[in-house]
Design a binder for this molecule. Structure first.
Ligand SMILES: [Zn+2]
Length: 122
């Protein structure tokens, strides 16, 4: 894999990581005890019944957003680790090089298309 492409992917991943961390910190706090885990804060709109209902609805939304952002964040961190230790771009299952266009489209992928298909069809 070309060094410039790897560099570009790394920068994209770092930018995306920052963006997600910003998004998460808007409604959640980083867990002090569990690595890479955030806790959604319960919103406070007021004490009226409709405000309480809104708080619960918002909190439920936050939890599902938090869950998916955390997952993406973990994938990004894993990809960055693979860049650091030189294993980025290789399929984790068969060891073949993952095509660059696939990595450009999905920089966090760690499997080639064939292995991915085998894994998801199981
Ligand atoms: Zn593979």
């Amino acid at each position: 894999m070309k060094k410039e492409i790897l560099e570009k992917i790394k920068n994209d991943l770092l930018a995306r990581k920052k963006q997600i961390e910003n998004e998460l910190s808007g409604f959640a706090k980083e867990d002090k005890f569990i690595k890479d885990n955030y806790r959604s804060e319960f919103p406070d709109y007021g004490d009226k019944e409709d405000e309480n209902a809104e708080e619960i609805a918002q909190y439920t939304d936050n939890l599902s957003i938090e869950f998916s952002l955390e997952k993406t964040l973990r994938d990004i961190k894993k990809a960055l680790e693979r860049i650091e230790n030189g294993t980025y771009g290789k399929c984790a299952y068969c060891g073949q090089e993952i095509p660059e266009d696939r990595l450009m489209a999905r920089p966090t992928s760690n499997a080639c298309v064939e292995c991915k298909e085998k894994l998801t069809s199981q």
